[in-house]
Design a protein around this ligand. Sequence first.
Ligand code: PEP
Ligand code: MG
Length: 885
Amino acid sequence: MNNNKYVYKFAEGNANMRELLGGKGANLAEMKSLDLPVPEGFTITTEACMKYYYDGKKISKEIMDQIDEHVDWLEQTTGKKLGSTTDPLLVSVRSGARASMPGMMDTILNLGMNDDVVKAVESATNNKRFAYDSYRRFIQMFSDVVMGLPKSEFEKIIDEIKERKGVKLDIDLDASDMEELTARFKDLYKNALHEDFPQDAREQLHRSIMAVFRSWNNDRAIYYRKMNAIPNSWGTAVNVMEMVFGNMGMDCGTGVAFTRDPATGEKKLFGEFLLNAQGEDVVAGIRTPSPISDLEKLMPEAYHEFVRISSSLEKHYHDMQDMEFTIEHGKLYMLQTRNGKRTANAALKIAVDMVDEGLVSVDQALLMVEPKQLDDLLHPQFDQNDLKAKKGDIIAKGLAAAPGAGAGEIVFTAEEAEKAAEEGRKVVLIRLETSPEDIKGMAAAQAIVTVRGGMTSHAAVVARGMGACCVCGCGEIRVNEEEHCMSVNGVTYHEGDIISVDGTTGNIYHGTVKTVPATISGNFAKFMNWADERRRLHIRTNADTPEDAKRAVEFGAEGVGLVRTEHMFFKSAERIKAIRMLCVAENTEQRKVALDVLEPYQKEDFEGIFEALGGRSVTIRLLDPPLHEFLPKTDAEARDVAESLGIKVEDVEAAAADLKEFNPMMGHRGCRLDVTYPEIGVMQAGAIIKAAIAVKTRHPEWNVVPEIMIPLVGEPKELEYVARVVKDTAERVLAESDVKVSYKVGTMIEIPRAALLADKLAETAEFFSFGTNDLTQMTFGFSRDDAGKFLDAYYNKHIYDFDPFAHVDQSGVGQLIEMAVERGRKTRPDIHLGVCGEHGGDPSSIEFFNRVGLDYVSCSPYRVPIARLAAAQAEIRRKREEENR
Ligand code: PEP
Ligand code: MG
C-alpha cells in the first residue's frame, strides 16, 4: 500500500480496510464492490486525521492536493461541478471512525449550496421549495457542526414562522417560507460570527473536513473512547459523497431499516421511512415516519429492490444490518450499512438464530455479542425512550462505576438510607466517598453516588459486588452534610429531592426516569454454554458473603478468587466492636481478647462460603486494609470499646491517634499487619481451617481445599514468615482433628517488587493472584482513590487513553504481570495463576490475561457472565491470530 495515499475512491476500498477508511467508509466501499446502488464518493483516511493533529491541526498541502484531485474526479464522474450555476454538485460530509462512536460529529448535507447555486437548483428542478429547503438545511448543519452555533437558535426561527402561519409541521412551510428561513439563517450566522456565510463551495468542503477531524477530540468523543478503551491514535475518516435527494417530491423519500428487529431480534425487516424528506428528518422525530412495509404499495419497485439488498447484505456480513437509504424519483440509493445496535436479548436471539440458520458459526455468533451488554440482562435499566425525553434533566456526570439504574430520594448518610429503606422509601445514597461501615446503607439504597474515588474505589468495588448501581468520582457535586443538601452547578438539592442515577453511563438526572426490569431470555443458557466450551480461562468471583458467592455460582462462577475478610466485620454491631477492640488494643494480650471474639464470626463466615461453593475452590485473603479504617467514629463508640477491653477512653483515643498515617495505602496494612501482629494471622488461618474441617465433615464427598492468600507482599522473607505462621497454625488445628483437609498458601502480586522477585516468591507461594488494583496504583505511583482528580486532564491531553484502574495498562503494568508469570512458573511450573483486581471483569483486560497465560480471572458476581463471554472471545481471537501467523 502506498503510505502517502490519504484519499480513496469508494471503488478502491473494501470491508477489510476499516482501520484506514473507518467503519462507514469501508462499508460504502464494500457495497460499491458488490455493485449496489451507492452514490459516488471518496473517503479521507484515518491516517489523514492523525496527520492533521501531528501537523498542528492543519491539513497538509499533500493531503489537500489529494482531496482536490478527488473532487475533480467526482466532478468528472458525475458530470457536475461544485459551485456551478448550471450543473451544481452537492455533497454530504460524514465522519466515520473504526469503531462506531456515538458522540462524534454528525452529518453535513447539501454542501455546495450558495446564493447562486440555490437559484440554479431551483430552475433545474423547477422546485423552489426544494432548493431553499436544501440551502437552509445546509446553513443550519454547517453552522452547528463546523462553527458550533447552537441548533436551537435556528429551531427558534423555524418555530416562529410556523406559529405565524399557524402550522405545525416543517412540511407545511412553502417555498417562500423556505426562502425567508434561508435569509434569516444567513443573518443569524453573520450576527453571531461576524462573517458572511461562506459562498465558495471548496472552502465549505475544506472547513467541513477539518471540523470532522476536530470532532475526534470533542469532549463527548474523548469520554466515549475512555469508557470503551478506544485509543486516541485511531482517528476518524471523512466520507464525501454525492448527494441524492429524498426531498424532491412525493416520488422521493428516505429511511432507515434493520434486517431484524433490534428490540426483540425477530427475523423481519424492521424500519421506517418518510416521503419527501431528507436524512435527519427520520431520526429527528419532527414527522411520524411510516413503517417500511408501507413502501411496498407506494413504490413497489424500490421496495422490492431494498428487500433484496438488505437480505443480501445480511448474508454478506453475517450479521444483522442497520441501513440508510434514499429514494430519488423512484430510484433507490444505499447510503450506509453497518452491524446494527440491538438490545441484549435481541443480540442473544440473533446470535442463536443465525447459528440455527447456518448463517454463522458458533465462534462467529460468540463474537457478535458485546460482553458488557450482558449487564443489561442482570440489572434493571432505564427505559430508553424516557431517557431520551429526559436528556435535558441531566444534572451531573461521573464515572459509570457499576451498571444499572436507580431512582429515589437523596440521603447523605448510610444510617438514613437504612432507615428510609425500612420505612419502604426508595433512596439514593450520596457520599463524599464510602467506607466499609456504609455497607448496609449501600445495600439499602437504589443507587450510590460518590463525589470522590475512581473505578476501584470502595464504593465501586462494593456496589459491583452487590449488583447495585453506582456512579463514582462525581466532582461537580458539592455535598453539605450538615445542611443535608448538595449543590451541583449552582442548583441546590435537599434531602428528600428525587434523582435518578444511571450506573451504565454515569449520568445523574433530576426527577424520576422510568426503569425496565432485568430479564434473562431463553437463549442465555445456550449461548453461555457455547462460551464455556470455547474459553480457556477459568472464571472465579470476588465474594465476601455466602449470598454473593451463591449468586456468582448461579451466574457460572467456578470458584471464589478473593474473599476480602475485612468486609465481614461490618455485618453487625458486635463484629464492629470486636474489630475496633483489635485496632486499639495496646498489647498482644488485649489483641488476643479481641481476636477470640472475632474468630467464631470468621469461622461462621468461611463455613458459609465453603457451603455456598459446594466444594469449588475458595481463596481467602488475610486481613488487608490499614487498621485505622475500623476506628470508632463517635465518643459513645470509643467508650463502648474501652469498656470491653477494660481500658480508659483516653487510651482508645491515643491508640486511634497512633494509627493515623500520612499515606495509609502504603502504610501499615496487608501482610505487614501479620508481621507485626502474627496473632491476627493465627486467628484467621485457624478460623479458615476449622471452617474447612466443619464443612468437610458435613460433606465428605466435597473437595474443600482452602487457598489462604497473603496480601501486599514485596519481599520473599516477609512471605516466608507469614506463610510459616499460617502453616504452623493450620498443622496445629489439623493435628487436633480426625478429618483431613489439604490447603494451599499463596500470595498476591500487588507491589512491583513482588513481580520482580516472583521466582523467589514462588519458592513459598503455591499460587499467585494479581491484585491489579494495587499493582496499578503502585506501578503508576498514584492513588486509586485520588487519581480521578487529575486523570481527566491526562485524557484530554492524550497522555493516557483510558483509566488504568478500569482497563489494565498492558504496556507498563502488563510487563510486570508477564514477568511474574514467567518467573513464577520457572520456579514452580504448576503454580496456579489468577487475577482478582477489578480488571478481572473487564473484557479488554481479560483478552490480555488470556494471552499471557493466566489460569483464571476473578470478578464481582454480576460480571461473571461478562467474563465468561470475554474469555471465550479472547481465546477465539487468539486462536485465529495464531492460525493466521
Ligand atoms: C487489588 O489490589 O487488586 C485487590 C484485589 O485488593 P484490594 O482491591 O482489596 O486492595
Ligand atoms: Mg490490594
